[in-house]
Structures are given as C-alpha cells and as structure tokens.
Design a protein around this ligand. Sequence first.
Ligand SMILES: C[S@@+](CC[C@H](N)C(=O)[O-])C[C@H]1O[C@@H](n2cnc3c(N)ncnc32)[C@H](O)[C@@H]1O
Length: 260
Amino acid sequence: MGIIAHGLIFHGMPERYDEIGRTYSMSRRTDPMIASALEVALGESGTVLNVGAGTGSYEPRERDVIALEPSPVMIAQRRRDAAPAVRGRAEALPFDNASFDAVMGVLTVHHWSDWRRGLAECARVARNRVVLLTWDPSIATFWLVNEYFPEHVAFDRRRFPSMIELTDVLGAIQTEPVLVPANCKDGFLGAFWRRPEAYLRPELRDGMSAFAQLPQAEARFARLKDDIASGKWHRMHADLLSLDAIDLGYRLVIAHARSH
Ligand SMILES: C[S@@+](CC[C@H](N)C(=O)[O-])C[C@H]1O[C@@H](n2cnc3c(N)ncnc32)[C@H](O)[C@@H]1O
C-alpha cells in the first residue's frame, strides 16, 4: 500500500511513465525557443515548483526550483545537477499554501487523472502565478493526426482541458501561442511537422505518449513512408516547407494567483 494523502494513493502505484517514459530523455530535450517563452512567463519568480517535471527539460537554472514527478523512471533520467525532485502527484501537492512564487507545468496537465484537482492544488501552493504549457483543443490538429491518425483528434480533444475550462479553476488567464520551430529540439507530437521522416523512427515515436495508445500504428506509418517515398507528402504539404515555425495550438497559460 502506498502513502495516502488527501484521499489519493500516490506512492507505490505503477506510473504510466514508468512504462512509456523509459527512453524519454533521448528524444525529449529542451527547445531553446520554448524555454525562453517559459522564462519570460515566469517573470520575477525566485522560487518555482515544476509539477510533472519529468526529466527536467524546462527547469530554469537561475531560480530556486523543486521538481515534483510521480514516475521514478522519469526521475532517474534527470541530470545529476538538476533541481531536487520530490515524488508525488499534482492532485495532492505535499506543500503548504503559497510556498512558491510560481508553479509551472509543461505538457503534463493532460496526463493527470484529475486535472481540476491538480490545478487547484497548483493555485493553492503558488504565491504569484501558475504557468502552463499545454495544447488548446479548439485549434485544428495538424497533418500527422488528420491524415494518418484521425481517431486521435477526438482523444486529444477530450484529454486536454479547453482554455475556458482552465479559467473555471484558475480564474482569469493570459494565453500566448508557442510556435513550434521547424528544427524543434523537443520531440513531442507536433515537433516534426516539417520533418515527416522523423515519425518513421521508432526511437523518436517512443517519446510521444500519443502513440502508446494508438493500435495499428505500424500500418499507418507504413503508409506515411510510402507517401514520403512517392513524393505525395511533399506535394500535399509544399506550403509547410518554407515555414520556419508554426502555430499548432500549443499555448502558454499564465494565471495570476488569487489571494490565499
Ligand atoms: C510529457 S511528460 C512532460 C515532462 C516534462 N514536464 C517535460 O516537459 O519534459 C508528462 C509528465 O507528467 C507526469 N505526470 C503524469 N501524471 C501526473 C500527475 N498526476 N501529477 C504530476 N505529474 C504527472 C508524467 O509522469 C510525465 O513525467
């Protein structure tokens, strides 16, 4: 039996990322353009809690950071000099009210079993602001999903909270598009929008949680391989080839803390 806090068992439970995150740090690295957007969003915050911190990709180095992460497999991939990590879940943060200037969460909220409760916890422990990088489910999905995994569209629209739903929990939010550069260093689902060959590499796909839940992925990737080889992909997506960055719906969300 794990430790029970706030009615949730959060130690000793098998974590999903223990299974799907084994090679995460190989393909999921800090992208400098995304990192600087997060840096600006954190403002003057001196103390930061990084919730769902994973391997620590976007943890600021010049601030006093604590990482919170449920998966020991992810924690084990953190650099030796990374911020100290506490094992735990967003839904039951083991910290007092207003313990950190800012709480950040990067591409993690859609993995939480109860994102409303998790975000309420983030708002509780943040003195000044909560900063999230997430995906806005009202934005059109891109070619990989539309043309090869159409069933994934509905899945992602269900698991990512809408911007309006976020305001239900966080109050007024400020949102900013985070463009994905054509040479994005962080191999998340949309990262290779201009490099279709990358999706044929299993070691890169392993870093994308989307493919862990998609049956028959191999047949779809075989079709993509054929479309690249025949020139069909390049004909259909010629408009993308001259772009340096694109808006795929990733959003920075900043919520200023209400008084505690
Ligand atoms: C896509 S990874 C993102 C990791 C890191 N933030 C980054 O940008 O590389 C999602 C992370 O959320 C974590 N996670 C899943 N459920 C969680 C929960 N309930 N509370 C906090 N983190 C959770 C996973 O273990 C995983 O490390």
